[in-house]
Design a protein around this ligand. Structure first.
Ligand code: GAR
Length: 190
């Protein structure tokens, strides 16, 4: 059995789709949910799936190896970022090379980088009158939103779409594709 850890900071709708996908999976399970936000909705979602929750302060993430210890103790094979709003530090990237995957709610390299998360992304897309947006699923490296691309899927936008409309279209793509990509990655692990 392969073990997945999900990192999330917010509501956790994407995390929940991943919890569902691996609830009775023959090959992998979600063993840990890690969050820097004690008030995040994702914590209740994880509890509903009986997934162990680890809440940590960002100083722990950035200044200690405690998160690595937690991941190793739970024998984590793959780390999935699902709306995690802090940068993954180098010690964790080194401990899990090519084993940390992220989803971004736009077609990178556009609308990526620091400050580009959640609704900020969709507001920027509408302000630029883009005709398309979409999702990017990629491996993580030391720069925000820049690791090796695994999958991009686009959706058409209409002139009248509000940032909320764009968010809804993008979220539909996220919920369909992210669990599938995570499954493909986990099946490829040695
Ligand atoms: C998702 O749209 C995800 O792509 C985005 O945060 C949202 C989390 O929603 N991630 C980023 O912006 C990372 N740069 P959720 O909590 O409902 O899954």
């Amino acid at each position: 059995m392969k073990n997945i850890a999900v990192f999330a900071s917010g509501s956790g709708t994407n995390a929940e789709e991943i919890f569902k996908k691996f609830q009775n999976h023959s090959y992998a399970r979600v063993r840990l949910l890690l969050s820097n936000n004690p008030k995040a909705g994702v914590i209740t979602r994880a509890a509903n799936y009986n997934i162990q929750v680890c809440v940590f302060d960002k100083s722990i993430l950035f200044h200690t190896d405690d998160i690595i210890t937690t991941l190793k103790e739970a024998e984590i094979d793959l780390v999935v970022l699902a709306g995690f709003m802090l940068k993954i530090p180098e010690n964790i990237l080194k401990a899990y090379p090519n084993r940390i995957v992220n989803i971004h709610p736009a077609l990178l390299p556009k609308y990526g980088g620091k400050g580009m998360y959640g609704r900020h992304v969709h507001e920027a897309v509408v302000a630029a009158k883009e005709k398309q947006s979409g999702i990017s699923i990629h491996l993580c490296n030391e720069h925000y939103d820049e690791g090796k691309m695994i999958l991009q899927v686009s959706c058409d936008l209409s002139e009248n779409d509000s940032p909320e409309d764009v968010a809804a279209k993008v979220q539909k793509l996220e919920h369909k594709h992210y669990p599938e990509v995570v499954e493909e990655l986990v099946l490829k692990l040695d």
